[in-house]
Design a protein around this ligand. Structure first.
Ligand code: ZN
Length: 370
């Protein structure tokens, strides 16, 4: 019996191979699941498949929820698997799960699924989030809850920083300054990074002051907090498809909470200008869909279209969706020796981001999966 039996074919990627916004290789190879920049000596008896086209790292979705049903409940693991496959087939090969109701960690050992980095469960203030989603706690229990989620997840904790306050009739931070500090300290002490769901203007100074590592949605960014976020070097996960849905939330809240409805409409109306201002100020934008629960899966390309509407050029969009998130999460890209998680497209995605919708090949761990 030959020792090469069952080995994946060697792939000869005829490129160009897009290593970074300003760095490319003419060609590369994939042997035994890994990228090689130099022509390897292929093991005897292994076929070589030639693949032509622009090679980019698998896309990343920095804000996705695997394991939540359309109605907002906990899904079965099989449903979570199908959600991961739906994302994979659009070219998403790296997912940061931004909070799941179920323990979706068993998906991490399934080799045909995107790489998964989990935040554990959302942490929220009691009755200040979508019912049933979060581990809901009061301030005195927040640090212990952060530590617990840091131990459950893969180096990330997610805190719901603001939500509608029904007494106030508007968005407001769910925690005070000391709570944000205590949450960040607990996460960092446990060796994790912490991010926050935030819509409201007033939450951003609190999260920035406390040393949060990332911001989700960040619809409340102002000139002042854009400058502070840029200076702190903290990325913003965009979720513009979801922000487009704020009209629905405004409608639903209109009668009982007119101030909230007006606030949500203002945040929605400013979404493209604010996103472009953040980009222009040097904030690293990272593509996130917020798929799962309210929005369906498989919408990364809609999010990239939204970034284009905000005024980002194709290279900046590709950076937000592929290179930058991998750097930020400590996940390899297309460097020599990295796992071959990559896409091949026939048009240059640095010229037109919609080239990424037309995938010729999706290669995960060196195997063509779609
Ligand atoms: Zn979310």
């Amino acid at each position: 019996m030959s020792t090469t039996e069952g080995m994946s074919p060697v792939l000869h990627l005829r490129g160009p191979v897009l290593l970074a916004p300003d760095r490319e290789l003419a060609e590369a190879w994939v042997v035994d699941g890994r990228i090689h920049h130099e022509r390897p000596e292929p093991p005897t008896g292994v076929e070589v498949h030639v693949l032509d086209g622009y090679v980019v790292p698998g896309l990343a979705d920095l804000h996705c929820h695997l394991g939540i049903t359309d109605g907002g409940g906990g899904a079965t693991l099989e449903t979570a698997r199908q959600q991961a496959l739906t994302n994979r087939d659009t070219g998403v090969l790296l997912i940061r799960d931004a909070g799941s109701i179920i323990d979706n960690s068993p998906l991490q050992s399934q080799k045909d699924l995107p790489r998964l980095i989990r935040c554990g469960r959302h942490l929220a203030r009691t009755r200040r989030y979508l019912p049933g989603y979060a581990d809901e706690v009061e301030p005195e229990d927040l640090p212990a809850a952060v530590t617990r989620q840091a131990q459950r997840g893969d180096g990330w904790v997610k805190l719901v920083g603001d939500w509608i306050d029904r007494g106030l009739g508007d968005l407001s931070p769910c925690w005070d300054a000391e709570d944000f500090h205590a949450a960040a300290r607990a996460a960092h002490r446990a060796g994790a990074r912490i991010t926050t769901h935030t819509f409201d203007e007033n939450t951003l100074p609190l999260a920035l002051e406390a040393g949060f590592d990332c911001l989700e949605h960040a619809t409340g960014l102002t000139h002042e907090t854009i400058a502070r976020t840029a200076a702190a070097g903290i990325p913003v996960v965009t979720t513009l498809v979801n922000v487009g849905e704020f009209e629905t939330y405004a409608d639903q809240g209109e009668r009982k909470f007119p101030d909230y409805a007006a606030h949500m409409r203002r945040l929605r109306a400013g979404r493209y200008d604010r996103t472009r201002d953040a980009h222009d100020a040097g904030i690293q934008l990272l593509a996130g869909t917020d798929a799962g629960g309210v929005l369906g899966h498989g919408i990364i390309h809609d999010e990239l279209d939204e970034l284009a509407r905000a005024g980002l050029d194709a290279t900046a969009i590709l950076d937000a969706a592929a290179w930058a998130p991998r750097r930020f999460l400590g996940a390899p890209g297309l460097e020599d020796g990295a796992p071959a998680d990559l896409l091949i497209v026939s048009r240059d995605p640095r010229q037109d981001h919609t080239a990424l919708r037309e995938l010729d090949h999706v290669v995960l761990g060196g195997r063509a999966v779609a």
